[in-house]
Every structure is written in C-alpha cells, then in structure tokens.
Design a protein around this ligand. Structure first.
Ligand SMILES: *Cc1c(COP(=O)(O)O)cnc(C)c1O
Length: 373
C-alpha cells in the first residue's frame, strides 16, 4: 500500500460538479480579481467564524503583513512570536520592519507559552502573534488579558487551524485580528495561494482593504504605499464550494486521530495532546519519537509518507542570526524540531489506510536500533 501524507485532489473529486460549475461561472462572468464572488466568500467566512468583517487577500503571509501595517507596526517596534512555527509568522514581522521577539512553546501543545510571553513584554512591544499550531489552539485567555492590560494587540495566526475552537469560540475570532491561509494543504485550502483577515474592528478592516489595493480607496489616488494583495475570484469560488463541508472534514480528522491515538499509545508513541480548552482539528498529526529518522526511513520503505515539521526553530534560522541566539536557548522548541514527525492525515483517509500506517510504525519500532520504547 502507498499512503500519502495528504491528498489534495480528494476533495475535488467529492465536489467536482459544484467546483466545476463555480469555476465556469467565474470565467464566463469575466470578473477575476475581487468582485462579487470574493465579497460573498468574505461574508460567509465572517459568518462561519463569528466576526463582523473579513478581507480576502493573496496569501496568509500577506494577511499577517497587512494586519501589522494596518496597526502601524513598523521599525523600532517588537512583536512577540513563538520560536517554533512556520517561518512566515516571524518573516511577516520582519517584512514590516519590526523585530520578532521569540518565546518558547509549551511541551504538550507546541503553542506559545503565555507565562514566558509576560517576561518578554517591554515598552517597544506592539503585538503578540500566538499561532494555533498543527490544528490546536494556543492558550488565548492569559495572552489576551496580558496584552489588553498593556494596550498591546493580539493577532491570531490561524493559518493551520480553520474550524478549531478555544473553549467555544472559533480560533481567529478571539483577538484583534485573525489571519487565515487558504494554501492548498491547509484545512480549508484553495487551488492556489489565498488568505484572509477576520476582525470585529471596522477601522482595521477598512485599512486592510485600502492596503490590499495599492493603498488607495479611490482608484489612482493612493493614500499610503500599499500592496497588490487581492484574493482572486477563482480561488474564492472554489473555497465557497468547500466551506460548507469544513466541519465534516475536521470531524473526520478528529475521528481518525482518535483511532491513531488508541493504537499508537500502545506502541509507546507520544501522540498529539488536546488541552481541555481546545478543539484540535489535526491539520497535521504529529508524533513525538526519539527515533524519528529511523521511523521515517522505515515508513518510506513500507510505502508510507511522513514529513518533518519544522526542522529548525526560528532562532537558529539564517535570517535571524543577527539576534545572536545560540542553540540551547529555547529547549522545548529545539526538542520538538528534533523529535516531531508528521504521519498521514487527511479527511478522506480510510480506516484500512490508517491501520496500515499503524502496522508500518509497529514494524519500524521493532526494527529501531536498540529501541524498545
Ligand atoms: C501557511 C502558514 C502561513 C502562511 O500562509 P501562506 O498562505 O502560505 O502565505 C503563516 N503561518 C502559518 C503558521 C502557516 O502554517
């Protein structure tokens, strides 16, 4: 059996009629960038997440950049980010000219540690960007309390957790702004790049709308230096066809995760943690093992895909070398970078496929050098 890490075509197959006709309609109308289809998606995503506003953009990275620009965050400012996340979270901070300030993550959820956030706030701190990593929400209440007591903004990086919830509130709608990515592999993915910001702040919405179209409200009358960062109508049409199914797909991921958990715990593998406040939507299913490289090779030999996310925490990446952080500074992130492995997880995965992954892992563990853990 060959099992991919994820299947980006399965959802097209299951919704082919709707998606084909939605795409054809956009092409026949001839309105390709922004326009009524994008506006409709903005309303639908805002309604789904429970915010008053949503702005469609070209990517999740741009969602972070334009949000910070709209908040007037720039040179001289500091923004607190988890040291263990996809590079774009911190890259976006640097792109607006501000300085990302790294904080270690929690050992169970791999999300930013609120207690350590408190220690990094100073008079330059303008925002905190908690990342809901791998489908699990960051612990938001203490972060929001801390930030708002000091007049600091909170921007949720919700790229990996569309449909997740913190207590009973959808991630992305908890703070000042929520940034979404529609990159094809995300839980709600288009057939290309795309992104969105959701917020309850009408002024922020207004400023991001201006920034996404060259910094103008009235055509050819720019007010600031902006961007060309607009969601296109083809992506919006595809996403509109997919959105009504997101809960069902996330539920399928949760059901598969439960099946994984039962079998993998018996094998002594550390499976993803779900905090009491969280609804995990398993964007990725990460296992923790000291024998990662051996397991990955053995899985590959048995036809099972796996992948390392993220091989390096941000403080050890070249673009942030000037911060002068050494290895050992953020132990939880460094351990996660060394030990975590993503195994196949997608809503359409069958129980047979999942059981084959488990059997392959078992085989891999038995053959691990000097391993019986
Ligand atoms: C994917 C991702 C982004 C960036 O989204 P793009 O649409 O690829 O630009 C930002 N943050 C996190 C955590 C992501 O996973």
């Amino acid at each position: 059996m060959n099992i991919p890490l994820m299947d980006l075509v399965a959802q097209y197959r299951s919704l082919q009629t709707e998606i084909d006709s939605a795409v054809r309609e956009v092409i026949e109308k001839g309105s390709f960038v922004l326009g009524p289809t994008v506006t409709a998606l903005e309303h639908e995503v805002a309604a789904y997440l429970g915010t008053s506003h949503a702005v469609g953009l070209a990517s999740g990275t741009d969602a972070l950049v334009l949000t910070m620009r709209a908040m007037d965050i720039g040179p001289g400012d500091e923004v607190i980010v988890p040291v263990y996340t996809f590079y774009a979270t911190a890259e976006a901070v640097a792109m607006v000219g501000a300085t990302p300030v790294f904080v270690d993550v929690q050992p169970d959820t791999y999300c930013i540690d609120p207690i350590q956030v408190a220690g990094r706030i100073n008079k330059h701190t303008k925002a905190i960007i908690p990342v809901h990593l791998y489908g699990h929400p960051a612990d938001m209440d203490p972060i929001i309390q801390l930030a708002h007591a000091k007049g600091i903004k909170v921007i949720e990086d919700n790229a990996q957790s569309f449909g997740s919830a913190y207590n009973d509130t959808k991630t992305g709608s908890l703070a000042d702004a929520g940034c979404i990515s529609f990159f094809p592999s995300k839980n709600l993915g288009g057939f290309g790049d795309g992104g969105m910001v959701v917020t309850n702040d009408p002024e922020l919405d207004d400023r991001i709308r201006m920034l996404r179209s060259h910094g103008w409200k009235k055509k050819y009358c720019p007010e600031v230096i902006g961007y060309n960062s607009r969601l296109d109508a083809l992506q919006a049409a595809i996403l509109r066809a997919k959105l009504p199914h997101i809960d069902q797909w996330n539920d399928a991921r949760r059901e598969l995760a439960q099946r994984y958990n039962q079998s993998l715990l018996e094998l002594g593998i550390v499976v993803p943690h779900e905090a009491p406040y969280g609804r995990h939507v398993y964007h990725l299913f990460m296992i923790q093992t000291p024998h990662r490289d051996h397991l990955a090779t053995s899985l590959k030999d048995q036809g099972v895909a796996s992948a390392v996310y993220y091989p390096q925490p941000l403080h050890l990446m070249k673009p942030f070398a000037s911060h002068g952080h050494k290895s050992g500074k953020f132990p939880v992130a460094e351990k996660a970078s060394g030990n975590l492995l993503a195994i196949p997880m997608f809503p359409e995965m069958s129980h047979d496929q999942l059981d084959y992954v488990v059997a392959s892992l078992k085989q891999a563990i038995v053959s691990a050098p000097g391993a019986n853990s």
